[in-house]
Design a protein around this ligand. Structure first.
Ligand code: NDP
Length: 479
């Protein structure tokens, strides 16, 4: 199986409903081969100005549309995504490196998210309605939204922002990561003729486009997903003009395994909780705390699973895991592995990759009980490496799990869901799952506490972050 971008290989920006070529382009690299697969347009400052102006011009009419019309638009966007599933999945495989079935599921997820988001309802609040006064608080769209997304789920990340922002009545400029611009550029094309011009614009750039966006005076809201470090820069930039921000940032999620689990049953679930998408998921299990009674058995089972997994080029063969998605992330993962090696921590399986290969492959790696002070425990690995950590007491593991600057997600694994729920309440994270992980739903908000972010995405709460309140107060009595 190999992929060819063929005639559809020319990519352009979408600005004001038009196809706009970049004045220059940058190469998009397939992480499985190291080869450039396509040229993406490098948006200039002037083109960004045009995109913002187009979104601004489109805003009043879009905001004034009957909401039923906006719902219909979201559904037709979803239908168009479905019609282009294979093409979009191919681009994701090539630019991001994930296995094709995972890419197909990602595209299907975007369509599903748009459709389900279209069902969200919200109402005005009547504060007072009597002879003295009518007072009503309503929600208004903010205006022009910048949607900035990372490379791990190129279209999946867009789904958390586009549907809610548009349904609330905003217009959008979407800026995907320069590592993975292609599927998003294709989305711009696919939606160009469906939506009023300027409602969704797509811009890509290899240099400082992200900071141009967050520093641009034309945005009313920045909805950002990415690293905590960049999130801080985004917030500082947005503060100059008090643009609203939602920040979905890094995570270092603890998964706690109680001694009453059935090891053979939880092992595959835990394995994929950590290694799906080669560990490049914000809500992946990144620290696995295992009770000492089951540590050896579970470690053995995880090693067995890791050694069965097929790692390779998803364009060439059926694989379970592709490469790490880009050179920068690969170097970050290798740096953590080197630190483990230098400190003498034991790899139960995997370890440092061979040097000199073209693809950015790292075998799934399990680190045997490194200290809590180690980098692999403290830092977000965002790659196919998992520290297994032994514990004895529940109070001890709660303290250790909560001792992180991040607080995005967490999970508890137990034979007794009641016990699991009580333990879940003690964990400091935006979402805590019991006997599952990473379950997201368009109608359920998710977000991070502490350094994992500000605000939430999805659900009604996520949609309302794309609005602001206005109270209308009418005095009726003249007395
Ligand atoms: P980055 O923060 O490097 O990049 C995220 C996005 O921001 C990209 O589009 C990037 O563009 C852009 N960007 C880079 N610099 C700036 C800047 N100064 N101002 C504005 N935008 C900028 O993150 P990664 O792409 O490396 O993504 C991985 C991180 O994302 C991990 O920490 C992960 O945990 C987090 N994440 C969080 C999720 C959540 O929901 N909480 C979900 C998924 C990931 P470019 O790539 O072109 O530089």
């Amino acid at each position: 199986m190999s992929y060819d971008l063929g005639a559809s290989g020319a990519f352009t920006l979408t600005i004001g409903g038009r196809s706009v070529a970049g004045e220059s382009t940058f190469g998009v690299v397939n992480p499985a081969t190291g080869r450039v697969v396509a040229a993406a347009p490098d948006c200039t400052r002037e083109q960004l100005d045009e995109a913002v102006a187009a979104a601004r011009a489109a805003f009043p009419a879009w905001a004034a549309l009957d909401i039923a019309e906006r719902r219909r638009h979201l559904v037709s966007m979803a239908d168009a995504v479905d019609a282009h599933t294979q093409d979009l999945a191919t681009l994701i495989v090539l630019e991001q490196g994930k296995p094709r079935p995972v890419a197909v599921a990602e595209v299907a997820g975007l369509a599903m998210w748009l459709r389900r988001t279209a069902e969200l309802e919200w109402e005005e609040t009547v504060n007072q309605d009597d002879g003295e006064r009518l007072s009503v608080t309503r929600r208004l769209p903010l205006g022009v939204v910048a949607a900035i997304t990372p490379w791990n789920y190129p279209v999946g990340q867009a789904s958390f922002k586009l549907g809610p922002a548009l349904l609330a009545g905003n217009t959008v400029v979407l800026k995907p990561s320069a590592f993975t611009p292609l599927a998003n550029l294709r989305l711009g094309e696919v939606w160009r003729d469906l939506l009023p011009a300027g409602v969704v614009n797509v811009v890509t750039g290899s240099g400082d486009l992200g900071s141009w966006v967050t520093g641009h005076p034309g945005f009313d809201k920045i909805s950002f997903t990415g690293s905590t470090r960049t999130g801080r820069a985004v917030m500082a930039n947005a503060a100059q003009r008090l643009a609203r921000v939602t920040l979905e940032l890094g995570g270092n999620d603890a998964a706690i395994v109680l001694p009453d689990v059935e090891v053979s049953e939880v092992a595959p679930q835990l394995f994929w909780a950590a290694f799906a998408n080669s560990g490049q998921i914000c809500l992946a299990a990144k620290r696995l705390y295992i009770h000492e009674d089951v540590y050896d058995d579970l470690a053995r089972e995880l090693v067995r699973l890791a050694e069965q997994v097929r790692v390779g080029d998803p364009s060439e063969s059926e694989v379970d895991l592709g490469p790490v998605s880009n050179q920068r992330q690969y170097e970050s993962v290798v740096s953590l592995l080197s630190d483990c090696r230098d400190h003498g921590y034991r790899f139960l399986t995997g370890g440092l990759p061979e040097t000199g290969t073209a693809g950015l492959f790292v075998a799934p790696t399990l680190v045997d009980n490194p200290p809590d002070s180690s980098r692999i425990v403290r830092e977000e690995q965002f790659g196919p490496v998992l520290p297994l950590l032994k514990y004895r007491e529940v109070d001890e593991v709660v303290r250790r799990a909560n001792a992180s600057e991040y607080a995005l997600g967490a999970s508890v694994w137990t034979g007794d869901p009641v016990v699991g729920l009580e333990l879940a309440k003690r964990l400091e994270a935006g979402t805590v799952w019991v006997n599952e992980v990473m379950h997201l739903d368009p109608l359920v908000p998710f977000g991070g506490r502490r350094q994992s972010g500000i605000g939430v995405e999805s659900g009604l709460a996520g949609l309302l972050e794309f609005t602001e309140l206005q109270t209308l107060s009418v005095r009726r009595s003249r007395g």
